[in-house]
Ligand binder design. Structure first.
Ligand SMILES: Nc1ncnc2c1ncn2[C@@H]1O[C@H](COP(=O)(O)OP(=O)(O)OP(=O)(O)O)[C@@H](O)[C@H]1O
Length: 798
């Protein structure tokens, strides 16, 4: 945001005096216009812009002003003199500079008339389209030929321009050409739809002639329209010119009155006692004053007409409709044009129109009561305004009492030297008003000394691609809200901002989602890489295992059969592999190592399967171990420890088939370790959860150990089978050796002779026939129990 001084050389407040004509309803006794009845109080020279105030018994006083507007001048002439022809205030507003027009003068001097004039009514005025050269725009479009000066009708008025069309030129070319003539500042707008109609007719003369154009309705201000309606029209015309070049122009306005030191919103009369606020960029403004977006000349005029009726007016002796308040109408023009990609230059200028309440002498006005109070307030504020102008006229380093009155404070930007300002001094040409005229001229003279250095307001902003369409209303104006920071926003703008904010938020969420997806994708990729790594490691381990097993097999062990003697090596290998693979040394995990490989327990032919499913494997192995234990236990119990000779003898004596003694309580009836643990957990209260977890871990490790033992048991079983085979081979030998020894003990030295006391000897003695082989077989049946017992002892010692 930037503000800088205009390139223009510093100037001063432009001061124009307008002398009000005498009208019929004025008090004829005060009418001094007629030179025949009384000498005029004012004499002036419009060419030299000198005006002389004459008073009874006082010397004349002459003032040199910028312009003197005689009583017979039209309203249009006043507009031209003040703003149109001599100044560039309106054009400069679009360049970001501000301006202001003040009407100052005694009551009844014609301030309101000058400022507003005839504001028209709701009925559209029909005026004849002026014609120059005998043709209007429509005719011109139909008539190719040399350049001609023609008049055009438009929405906002009529104007003249010089255009010429080449023969055979298309209608759009012609319309573009006409649009170019707007550079002359003329009011030219030709619609394509109307043009096409003419073109068709022009190209095909045999066609039926189009109906005559409707009588043009020109939205001109009334003939006696004051400065404001004319300025509004000029603003919209200029706005269209800039819009045609692609600029975005917005015209808004506020309208307030200061009555008895209280600010009321004329656009919303219920809004009273408004306060003033100051903003570094906006200057002093009325907080919460209604802002209206002007969309058409007629619409703005209608709003102004209606709102002006809310002004406080009182009938006095000097004016039937005397304004008792200061009216301040402020237009804000915002124009943004794209300077570079995505960036626009925004210019904002204001035009302030002030219709001051007239100062008056109480004795002349004939007012009483509340009106007196009003008049005093008016005079006080006018006096303060005079002080401000006087101070400003003294140059810099002088205190300017802007804050003494709300009026002067509100007009700080208009009068303070940063805006182009036009002061219209309204004079009443009545002899008894010579004192007031003199005061007015003194005030005007002071204003002539106030220098101004207009400041341009420019800023850069991001270009809004999507143009927000202004909601149209019947009267062509949209009410705005002024926010606390002084910005003006329509409901649609607020909605648009809301929409943009929502979009921004959803976009942020989308971006976050995309980021999350990217992150997840990356995480997945990393996980995939880890998995690939693990697979490769497992494959390598598998290969290593296979290689090691093959090495072992090559060392004399049959392929696919684990050498029972190499169990220690195998366990060692398992531990190493697991430790390397998972970094958990000391945790033996045979299932992982042997996963997918089948091993046949040597001798037993029983397949030992190693599945990767630990739970299932553990269950299987635990049940296997339990079963094995049961078997072993039952075998052990059946053997009953070392078989004594007496027992053997007893068996022999009984001479009955070998019977097992009453079996010990089945292992199944005993509580297995897992059963007892389960019972323990089922009985455990919930508060033991942590202990339960700890114990669970212990159980897991125990189960693993159990599984390991299962492997050992398998190996031992196979060894057992080997031993059994050896035993079977040497059974007879052992028997004989035993018998020999027994005989030696009994004194029977003869080999092959039976003990006479033995059951067999007695049996033989009685004539029975005993087969020696049967006896040996009986012995053999007892041998496995002994061997198993030994193996069990060995297992326990390990
Ligand atoms: N130049 C003029 N031509 C025709 N009539 C005029 C002119 N100037 C003022 N009048 C008429 O004079 C009367 C008073 O004018 P106006 O209300 O504008 O005065 P004023 O300065 O605004 O007074 P006040 O300060 O009391 O409001 C109005 O009826 C207005 O129509």
């Amino acid at each position: 945001m930037s503000t800088h001084r205009s390139n223009k050389s510093s100037s001063r407040i432009r001061v124009i005096a307008r002398v009000r004509p005498s009208v019929s309803h004025d008090n004829p006794s005060f009418s001094l216009l007629s030179p025949s009845t009384a000498p005029p109080s004012l004499t002036f020279d419009p060419v030299s812009s000198h005006i002389t105030c004459s008073r009874m018994f006082h010397p004349d006083k002459t003032f040199a002003l910028d312009r003197i507007i005689p009583p017979y001048a039209s309203q249009g002439a006043v507009y031209d003199a003040s703003l149109n022809s001599c100044t560039t205030v309106i054009l400069d507003v679009f360049k970001g500079m501000s301006g202001g027009v003040l009407c100052y003068g005694q009551t009844g001097a014609g301030k309101t008339w000058t400022m507003f004039g005839d504001m028209g009514d709701d009925v559209e005025m029909e005026v004849e389209v002026p014609k120059v050269g005998g043709v209007d725009a429509r005719e011109m479009l139909k008539t190719p030929g040399k350049e001609k000066k023609v008049c055009f009708e438009s929405e906002s008025g009529v104007g003249c321009g010089r255009v010429g069309f080449k023969e055979g030129s298309t209608m759009s070319e012609r319309v573009n050409l006409i649009k170019k003539t707007q550079s002359n500042g003329l009011l030219t707008t030709v619609t394509m739809s109307g043009s096409k109609k003419i073109l068709r007719n022009n190209n095909n003369p045999r066609r039926r002639a189009p109906p005559p154009p409707p009588k043009p309705v020109a939205r001109l201000p009334p003939k006696d329209a004051g400065i404001i309606p004319r300025v509004v029209r000029a603003l919209f015309h200029q706005s269209k010119t800039y819009s045609s070049t692609g600029d975005d122009v917005k015209i808004t306005f506020s309208f307030v009155q200061l009555y008895n030191d209280s600010i009321t919103d004329l656009l919303k009369p219920s809004s009273k006692n408004l306060t003033l606020r100051e903003d570094p960029n906006l200057g002093v403004f009325v907080k919460n004053a209604t802002q209206v977006v002007g969309t058409s000349f007629m619409g703005v005029l209608k709003v102004l007409r209606v709102s002006a009726e809310h002004r406080v007016v009182r009938s006095t002796r000097q004016n039937n409709a005397s304004s008792r308040s200061h009216a301040v109408l402020r237009f804000t023009v915002t124009r943004s044009s794209e300077e570079k990609e995505g960036m626009s230059k925004v210019r904002r200028g204001t035009l302030t129109f002030v219709d001051l309440a007239g100062s008056e002498r109480l004795d002349k006005s004939g007012i009483t009561g509340q009106a007196v109070k009003e008049a005093r307030r008016i005079n006080r504020s006018i006096s303060c305004l005079g002080n401000v102008i006087s101070a400003l006229g003294k140059g810099t380093n002088v205190h300017v009492p802007f804050r003494d009155e709300k009026l002067t404070w509100l007009l700080r930007e208009t009068l303070g030297g940063k805006s182009q300002c036009v002061l219209i001094a309204n004079l009443s040409n009545q002899q008894d008003n010579s004192e007031e005229n003199l005061m007015t001229l003194n005030f005007a003279s002071s204003a002539m000394r106030v220098d101004v250095k207009p400041v341009k307001f420019e800023t850069f902003a991001k270009t809004v691609k999507k143009k927000i369409s202004r909601p149209g209303v019947g009267d062509g104006a949209v009410f705005l809200k002024r926010t606390s920071n002084g910005n003006e926003k329509t409901k649609n703008q607020l909605l648009a901002e809301q929409y943009k904010a929502d979009k921004k938020r959803s976009l942020k969420h989308c971006v976050a989602d995309v980021e999350t997806l990217k992150h997840n994708n990356k995480a997945d990729e990393i996980e995939n890489l880890h998995l690939i790594d693990q697979i490769e490691q497992l494959e390598a381990e598998n290969q290593t295992l296979k290689r090691l097993l093959s090495i072992k097999n090559e060392g004399g062990v049959d392929k696919g059969v684990v050498d029972p003697n190499s169990m220690g090596d195998l366990l060692e290998l398992d531990t190493v592999v697991v430790g390397d693979s998972h970094g958990e040394e000391g945790i033996f995990q045979p299932y992982d190592v042997f996963a997918g490989q089948d091993f046949t327990a040597p001798g037993t032919g029983r397949k030992v399967e190693f599945d990767s499913s630990l739970g299932r494997k553990a269950d299987t192995l635990v049940s296997d171990v339990e079963q094995l234990k049961k078997d072993l236990m039952s075998m052990g119990e059946a053997g009953g420890g070392e078989v004594s000779e007496e027992e053997e003898e007893e068996e022999e004596e009984m001479h009955t088939p070998m019977q097992t003694k009453t079996p010990p309580p089945s292992s199944s009836t005993k509580s297995s370790p897992t059963d007892s643990i389960d019972n323990f957990f089922s009985a455990a209260p919930s508060s033991w959860e942590s202990e339960r977890q700890t114990l669970k871990k212990v159980i897991d490790s125990l189960q693993k150990e159990l599984a390991m033992k299962n492997v050992k048991i398998s190996v031992l079983e196979s060894r057992l089978c080997e031993v059994e085979r050896d035993i079977n081979g040497n059974n007879v030998k052992i028997e004989r050796t035993t018998q020999k020894e027994e005989r030696k003990k009994d004194g029977r030295t003869t080999e092959g002779k039976e003990n006479p006391n033995s059951y067999l000897s007695k049996f033989e003695a009685k004539g029975g026939k005993v087969n020696v082989v049967d006896k040996v077989k009986k012995k053999e049946k007892k041998e496995p129990a002994v061997v198993r017992r030994r193996a069990l002892n060995e297992l326990n010692t390990r």
